[in-house]
Design a protein around this ligand. Structure first.
Ligand SMILES: [Zn+2]
Length: 184
């Protein structure tokens, strides 16, 4: 495994001991390759809405038992993408995870910009991610916020999403991801 923040090999963790991240625990289903790659492709780009259940099941198998003060927070999809696909793919997955585990799901994060990331290079993605999120609701310091996203590349999106939650008063942010994509 490799650290999702610095991309160095870690052994058995998705976060190394040296990275200072605004989130403290990370789970990833796997590297973006093979079947996982095809599933994500179907779901994100070919409007295969029903693939959400398979992806959500994979994430549920990867996650340990979670305390009941966990609030599942989807990384918000840009509204342009939702229009393209006809559904908010991460919201469907986050809702399913919360429902299955008896937890709450809350769309606490909103996008500030509408910039599409698909074609952006790594440094541009980081720049965009810095100011991408605002908080949409009440933060409870006692809650654990579990951010859910599909693919992690540079790690900038989860970093700034987690930071937005922390800046608003969240004490505990964890992260659950479907796949890690190797940097080019
Ligand atoms: Zn690291």
């Amino acid at each position: 495994m490799v650290c999702v923040a610095c991309h160095r090999p870690t052994g058995r963790n998705w976060l190394c001991n040296t990275c200072k991240t605004p989130y403290v625990r990370v789970w990833v289903v796997g590297e973006r390759a093979g079947t996982l790659q095809r599933l994500i492709g179907l779901y994100k780009f070919e409007r295969a809405r029903s693939a959400y259940k398979t992806l959500s099941d994979l994430l549920l198998e990867t996650l340990p038992e979670l305390p009941n003060n966990v609030v599942v927070v989807p990384i918000p999809t840009t509204s342009g993408r939702i229009r393209e696909r006809g559904y908010d793919h991460m919201l469907l997955i986050a809702n399913d995870i919360a429902k299955t585990r008896g937890l709450r799901c809350n769309q606490l994060l909103a996008r500030v910009t509408n910039t599409k990331q698909r074609q952006a290079n790594a440094s541009r993605r980081i720049m965009q991610a810095k100011s991408a999120f605002k908080i949409n609701g009440e933060i409870n310091a006692e809650s654990i916020y579990l951010l859910v996203d599909d693919v992690v590349t540079t790690g900038a999106t989860i970093k700034y999403a987690a930071k937005a939650l922390r800046d608003a008063g969240a004490m505990h942010v964890w992260v659950a991801l479907i796949a890690r994509q190797t940097l080019d």
